[in-house]
Design a protein around this ligand. Structure first.
Ligand code: FES
Ligand code: FES
Length: 164
């Protein structure tokens, strides 16, 4: 006889908003965020921690949503790509990606943006090697990375100018 599904109640914040959900014990954080909260920016590419398309920030750290259990979100603060813009205004990093043609098909973009947010928090003035290392878990099939790295450098420069 099939075992009944174990349901786990969780409460956490997503983009500053408190949410409470009942999730299945084996459900991924990515599934809960996409299918239960309908925040579909984070993508499922590989589902096995290889591509970074599912990257979200959990308590400020970039994580692969496909490898984390939804139950582990309990008590955390989650940031997704939907939380970057303010109303109609793009986040400066989003604008830099557009300005530098770092978006082509766009499938990798939400994950790259979230990894970059975490990277720039830790390294406000990253050199090219630090950027490449910081984004090494995010695969892009389209751009060849050059435009992405340029966008990250431009965003870091702009942030530096704004904090002078
Ligand atoms: S979908 Fe999570 S790393 Fe690829
Ligand atoms: S823009 Fe297409 S995979 Fe990166």
């Amino acid at each position: 006889m099939a075992q009944p599904l174990k349901i786990v109640p969780i409460s956490f914040k997503v983009n500053g908003r408190p949410v409470s959900l009942e999730v299945e014990a084996g459900e991924t954080a990515l599934h809960a965020i996409r299918e239960r909260l309908h925040l579909t920016g984070a993508k499922e590419g590989c589902g096995i921690g290889e591509c970074g398309a599912c990257t979200i920030l959990v308590d400020g750290k970039a994580v692969n949503g496909c490898l984390m259990l939804a139950a582990q979100l309990d008590g955390t603060s989650v940031r997704t790509v939907e939380g970057l813009s303010e109303g109609e205004s793009l986040h400066p990093l989003q604008q830099a990606f557009l300005d530098h043609h770092a978006v082509q098909c766009g499938f990798c973009t939400p994950g790259l943006l979230m990894s970059t947010v975490a990277l720039l928090e830790e390294h406000p003035r990253p050199d090219r090697t630090t950027i490449a290392d910081g984004l090494s878990g995010n695969l892009c099939r389209c751009t060849g990375y050059k435009q992405i790295f340029q966008a990250v450098e431009a965003a870091a420069e702009r942030k530096k100018e704004n904090t002078k």
